[in-house]
Each structure stands twice: as C-alpha cells, then as structure tokens.
Design a protein around this ligand. Structure first.
Ligand code: ADP
Ligand code: ASP
Ligand code: MG
Length: 454
C-alpha cells in the first residue's frame, strides 16, 4: 500500500478536490491511504478566529467565521454532485460549525485560550476537509472510508507540537486502517491532528500534515509516501520567489531535511526522518500536473548528484547578541544563555560565540524579551529584529573546498551579519536584514543554479 498526502493547496477548492479524486482513482491498484490537510488558508483563518475570540473582537470574529463557513459550503457543493449526498454532507457541516461557534463563544467569555482548547479549535480544519474530500471521492469511483484521524494518530500531550506515539499508532492502524485497505477501501484521514491516550485533541505543529503522512506510512509499512502539493516537486528555490527555479529530480534525505528546516515549506522536516529509517521512498508530486515525475527523496546522495541542490530562505528570525559586562566569558556563561532561551521554548538556528559575547539567531517571538530579562544585569543584550536566514544546501559542500569557497564569497556579497559554516556538512547559511531577502535569493540562484552555473 501507499500513503498519498494532499496539502491545503491541493484541496483549496471544489475543482481541486475533484482533481484529487481523479488522481487517487487512477492509483487504486496501489492500495492508497489518503491524508488531507485543511482547505488552503483555513488553518490561518482558524488562528485568526481564535485570537479574535480571545480578545472579544466580534467585528473580526464574525467575518472570519463567515469566511470559514462559506469556503467549506462552496467546496462541498462544488465537489459533491448527488443531491442526497450533498444534503447529508451539509447536515454534517451544520453540526460541526455549531460546535465551532460554541467553542469560540466560550473562549470569548473566558478571555483565554488554553493550548488544549487551541488544538481542539485548530483541528476543525482537517475534520471538515476530510469529510468533504471523502464525500467527493465516493461519487467519483473511489471507495472512500472517512476516519477520524484522532482515533489513529495517538500522541503525547505537548499541545501545538505533539509527538506521535508510533507503537500506539501501529496498533490502531492494524485495527482500523489495515482491514479497510485489505477490503479494497480507501481510508481518508485528516493530517496534522491527533489525540492523547485520554482522548484530548492535539496538533502536530504547522505544516504537520506531512508528518501525519510519514507516520501513517511508517506504521503501515507503506511501499511509498507521496506528498502531493502545488509545485512540481522540490526545486532549486521557492518558485514563488524565483521564476527560474528548476525541479530537482532526486534529492538526498540530508539535503531535503536541511532545505525543509531552512524554509522550503514544501516538505515538513519531520516527514523524512522516520521514512528514511524504514527505507520508505518519499516522493513530492504536483497535484495540478499529476503526470510530471516529481522529486524522489533518496537515503544517500546519488553519485551523479550536483554539488549544490538549492537555496532556501526563511523570514521571521532575529539576532540576539548577549555580551558579558565583565568583558570575558566565564565558565557556565554559554549554558546559562542557552538555557534562558530554551526555557522559553526558543531554539536557536545558529549560535556564534566569541571571547566576550555570544550571538544567537532565534525565531522572532515575544518571549525573547522575557528570556533576556531572565539573564540578569551582568550582561548586555541587543536584539536585531526583522532578519532573515538564507541557506545554500548541497552534499558537495562537505568535501569540495572550492565549492565552499565560491558559496562563501557569494554569501559575503549579500552583506550578512552572521555566517554559519560547519554546523552542518551540507549547508552554509547567512543571516541579514529581511528587507533584502528576495533580491539576495534571486542573485544567489542566478549565480549557482541558472544556465552557466556548475
Ligand atoms: P501544501 O499545501 O501542499 O502543504 P505548502 O504551501 O506547505 O503546500 O508547500 C508548498 C509550497 O512550498 C510551494 O507552493 C512553494 O511556494 C513553497 N516552496 C518553498 N521552497 C520550495 C522549494 N525549494 N521547492 C518547492 N517548493 C518550495
Ligand atoms: N493545516 C495545517 C497547517 O496549515 C497542517 C498542514 O497543512 O500540513 O499548518
Ligand atoms: Mg505544507
């Protein structure tokens, strides 16, 4: 059997859902299990609705809710043709939306959102999309069986970033999924959502639909995991930023993980590790062009692989320089600084240390100020906001000093505040003001990945 995951972009509207049904129908002989994300943009709308409820902003809440409801009704009526099926689906949607309104009302009254409540609310996106997709499948010759993913995806209780419990999930797959697949049915599950042993809803973190696909694939011992999205596969740069970006037909696991970490959101980093451990091939494919070849993620770099794979970038980081007022770093200084940020849940992307100071590159969050205060008065902290990371990834960076030199001198031209070389064998990253990001990505892409490059 195979796992086919369709991201929010692939199920954003009725027409695309119909296309997804055709893609799955053409592959029924491979015994697919289908994982779907919320309709594109819906998780963002839910985040907005939760925040508007928390602060009691009805003027923002009502249009957001109306938008959410309209998107789903529209998708349902466009993707499902039979009147009786559509009628039943609409009744089911009525009940789900009533639940959603009630929960948001209680948040407005309480004026706070616990992580548990946030997960319960965020899960509505995938609960709704899987219902609509399963109904659309049924009338297009795909024998779909809709399942509540929360009954299969067992997790710990770290709300917002829950950790899947693989042995538990394996048991649920054997009990709930395998018999359906063996009977020729196509299980349809929402990605991103799970539940604890005691039945509380959890989520796996943004972009976590990919994680669900990998976890179900591993638990079922799938032959292949297919991540269907809105671009041809993993490319030499984000095609939305660089028109000239080219498809990478094969990428090693290490390169793909690095690219995902540094901003190529086409694949969630957690997708690849469990699949590679079990040697399950992962493919990234385009649901708008299902006959294109896509990208295969390989366990090891191919022998004919180019030295550089791609350039990735990510906004939303800041630099934090912590300097000791005593003009020297005492033993214990570095662990103390790292610990202060770690306790606030802030994990650095880069750390550079010198004799009097350490600079961290961290996700831009409110907790940075609190962590800086925790450090006390014998340090000076300077926070540089609105920074971006740009990273060139390629297995060739490990062994080829000439390539490494060329990459470093190209990065120097974008006037970085900080360069990270050596932390990883297959990437070199730089941090600089976010305003220059797009032109820097294009410039580096031109230099290394277009025409005369390599
Ligand atoms: P989905 O809804 O399928 O989960 P995402 O929006 O999470 O899709 O990821 C797909 C997007 O990732 C693409 O539309 C593209 O803009 C972006 N992306 C960023 N970097 C890359 C890259 N190197 N190759 C391909 N896509 C990339
Ligand atoms: N719907 C979730 C999100 O937008 C999960 C996913 O799409 O993978 O983050
Ligand atoms: Mg995604």
């Amino acid at each position: 059997m195979i796992v086919m995951k369709f991201g929010g972009t692939s199920v954003a509207e009725a027409e695309r859902i119909v296309r997804v049904a055709d893609i799955v129908r053409d592959r029924l002989d491979r015994k697919p299990v289908v994982v779907v994300s919320a309709l594109g943009g819906v998780t963002d709308l839910l985040v907005r609705a939760i925040e508007a409820s928390r602060v009691g902003d009805r003027e923002r809440l009502e249009p957001t809710l109306a938008d959410l409801e309209r998107r789903h009704r529209w998708a349902a009526s466009g993707a499902v043709e039979r009147n009786d099926v559509r009628h039943d689906l609409n009744l089911a949607l009525d009940a789900v939306f009533e639940d959603l309104r009630q929960l948001l009302r209680s948040i407005r009254i309480l004026g706070e959102v616990t992580p548990r409540a946030a997960d319960t609310l965020l899960a509505f996106g995938e609960r709704l999309s899987s219902r609509i997709v399963a109904a659309a499948f049924a009338e297009r010759g795909v024998p779909a069986a809709k399942l509540d993913a929360r009954e299969v995806m067992l997790t710990d209780d770290s709300h917002g970033a829950a950790e899947p419990d693989l042995p538990g999930i394996r048991a649920r797959c054997d009990e709930l999924l395998r018999p359906l697949v063996e009977a020729g049915r196509v299980p349809v599950l929402g990605g991103f959502i799970g539940s604890t042993q005691s039945g509380e809803t959890t989520t796996l973190g943004r972009g976590g639909g990919d994680t669900s696909a990998a976890v179900f694939g591993c638990a079922m011992g799938a032959e292949e995991i297919q991540i269907w999205t809105d671009v041809d596969g993993l490319m030499t740069a984000d095609p939305k930023l660089v028109g000239e970006a080219r498809l990478l037909r094969r990428v090693s696991f290490a390169e793909a993980a690095e690219l995902a970490f540094y901003g190529a959101k086409v694949l969630h980093p957690a997708t690849i590790a469990p699949a590679v451990q079990q040697q399950i091939p992962v493919w990234v494919l385009n649901s708008m062009q299902p006959d294109q070849t896509g990208t295969e993620i390989l366990g090891e770099p191919a022998c004919d692989a180019p030295k550089l794979a791609a350039v990735a970038s990510r906004r939303g980081v800041c630099t934090v320089r912590v300097a000791s007022k005593r003009m020297r770093i005492d033993p214990g200084f570095l662990p103390r600084v790292l610990d202060a940020f770690d306790r606030r849940g802030l994990v650095p992307d880069f750390v550079v240390s010198s004799e009097v100071a350490v600079t961290l590159v961290l996700p831009e969050r409110d907790q940075i100020e609190q962590a800086a205060r925790d450090l006390g008065g014998d340090v000076e902290v300077h926070v540089g906001r609105e920074r971006a990371i740009l990273c060139i990834v390629g297995a060739g960076l490990a062994a080829d000093t000439e390539v490494r030199g060329r990459v470093l001198s190209a990065l120097a031209k974008v006037e970085p505040e900080l360069v990270g070389l050596g932390g990883s064998a297959s990437s070199v990253g730089a941090v600089f003001p976010a305003a220059g990001l797009e032109s820097a990505v294009r410039r580096l892409h031109r230099e290394f990945f277009e025409e005369a490059a390599e």
